[in-house]
Ligand binder design. Sequence first.
Ligand code: ADP
Length: 851
Amino acid sequence: MVVLVIQDNPQEMALLREALTNFTNPPILVEHADRLSVALSYLAVRRFDAILLDLNLPDSAGLDTLARVHAGAPELPVVIFTDPNAEPLAMLAVQSGAQDYVLKGPYNGGAIYRSLRTAVERKRLMTHLNERIAGQESRRISLFEEYQAGLLELTQSKAIISGELHLAAQAITETASRVLAVERASIWLFREDRSTIQLQDLYESSTCQHSAGAVLQADQFPSYLQALDREEHATAALDAHLDSRTLERSSSHLTTCGSGARLDALIRHRGKTVGVLCHESFGSPRTWTSNEMTVATSLAMMVTLAMESMERGESEKALRQAKEQAEKASAAKNEFLASVSHEIRTPMNAIVGMADLLWETDLASEQRKYLRIFRRAGGNLLNLINDILDLSKVEVGHLELESTEFDLSDLIEKAIEILALRANEKGLELACHISPDVPCTVIGDPHRLHQIILNLISNAIKFTDSGSVMVWVKPDPEIPSLGAIRFTVSDTGIGIPSDKLASIFESFTQAHASTTRMYGGTGLGLAISKRLAERMAGRIWVESTLGEGSTFHCCVQLEVPFGQTPTRNNIPLDLHGIRALVVDDHAINRLILHESLAALGAEVTDTASGHDAIEEWRRAAESSRPYQLVLLDCRMPEMDGFHVAEEMTRADPSQGPTIVMLTSRHWADDIARTYDMGLGGYLIKPIRRSDLMQTISIAFDRAKGIQQTAGFLSVTSTTPTELKALRILLAEDSTDNQMLIRAYVKQTPYCLDIADHGAIAVERFKAGDYDLILMDMQMPVMNGYEATRAIRAWEQEHHLFPIQVIALTAQALKEDGVKIFDAGCDAHLTKPIKKHTLLEVLRACKGRHIS
Ligand code: ADP
């Protein structure tokens, strides 16, 4: 032990040297410096084990001396050598880092020697301890860093994310072996019933090899399993062979490797221990730190994650497979439906066609009754099959859409015309407004578009008992493309419950289950329309308030032929310079007529009542800018159209405006009266744009004195051969009248049967297939009211579509009208009936509606 004594007093130094030389185990080699500066220079170049320091030196004093010595030799233990009277300063020095102090003379060499040895030993131990602590800290830090890097790698590992358990296990064992510096890391999983433990993966760091598949019987390791159940996270054994918990497991595995330590972290899944992640360290026993145990537990959690990913992957795969199977099954179902419907349709056509042929033969009344029901049921079945066929065709993608050029407004007006009769019968106002900026000619599939529109309008009529059904056609406001068209059908009907707004577009779904029988239908129409609209790059949706009505919107994308402008440039009628007055109490009708006339160039005014119309007409006449054309609704409250017409023509019929009456098919009398009054013409609502133009142009020509070949009232120049060969039953007791009517229809293709009174008429009707009945109301045996009621009752009983019955009466009283319609008649004609009037009414009646 080499001691540097820093002391300025030579006598003291000599005594000290002498006192210390007596000690030999170990001996003390004394070096001396009499000043601090000298001591510091020694310290800089030579090695000492301890310093014996006098604090008061010629070149330094007090605690400052100690501080400077520490600065020169921070590692060396310092013992203070002090006068007894300076002991407090020595104690302060000990507090400032000196190891000990000894008092000067009488010299106790033993005390100094002991103090120096203890100081040296303490310093050595401290240094050792510090080094160990520093070593552990750096081990901890490196464990932490390794762990972080390993964890990052694992969390990004594709195998863990995708749930490939085999690859995930390999990645985890490799990381575990590296991070925890063990020779072997392995993952073992229990069987569900815990009877066996199977090796998922074992990694040996010395060979960098993986193995798997070993199966161990669990009953061979009862203590080990119990220990796992007891532990919360991990079992750590210093020496696996000696630890009772791990002995059973380790004896079979670690034997060949000598003794070893093991750390088994529990793998948990859904709250249960399902396996262990084992870390085995060979050679000498190893103490596992709590950090290492935490790291092992986290790595075991990665196994849990991998297992969860695997399960998720498996259930996703199962879902995908189930979906694919369901899609296949659905496609197969649709294929099947398509081919079955097609197969059924062929013989059904034959059945319905044969029934039609049979109908033309002589049949007993009972047979005719059965056949009538048979035909109707056959027709319904055919409709249903057609719907199913359509739907399944669209769903399997077999439906090919046509691409032909067609007139859009023509298509819509035809659809409206088909349904106008039904709307009329229910007393509903049916109107259609086509925006002038909708292209006239478009390219697309007219039949399928017709099908959609027909479905929407017929639903609206079906589910509306009073009020109106409106159809709007305009460019789609949401899509700025020329052929994007939006059809809107709104009604004032029963509405749709809000929770059914989406489901009604699914097949076989009806929103009003309890009333289904009342309205009939299959719940297929909207499903087909929706799919058709989607095929036309569009969609269908609905807004509705229960009890107030529904609005269906359908938008489709059609093509517009190159060079076509949205405005209709093929107008045959030019109304520029014409002042027109539209009189109708129904606002939407006014709007439609107003727009239609304005589009033809007319200067249009409209009024909502007869009184307003007369006032407006007078004002215009006085201002010397009279109206040349008046469109007059026949039926308005307070003052009807005929009153207004009378007022306008009273003064000077030749100077009056050209008046076109707006009537409904319901009122054949209105047509007759228009004729009787010599007005310009009539239009039957809902009014087709083409009819409007034709009627106005004929009325103007007539006013100018140009002869019309087919009669001045004709809406269309129909020739007799173009007329539909209606089968008419005339119920009339007067032979004169019978002869007259027979003579009227002689030159026409109409076929007339005669019944002398109501009872015969009812029997004839039951046995025959008539399009129309002309029913005299005053007859013996059974009058027209009773006969009509009997016919209506019979139709209802046999679920038949009502035949058109036109009542013939002598007087044209308002009360008669009510009575007639109450009995079930559709229209009313007042006797004496003129030939033209009758023919016009028959022509307007397009024949019996076949549902
Ligand atoms: P169907 O009319 O043959 O039952 P649809 O598919 O055309 O089949 O219509 C499905 C259901 O949607 C109807 O049964 C009805 O409940 C409801 N619905 C359709 N249109 C209307 C409407 N305009 N007003 C009220 N309900 C309607």
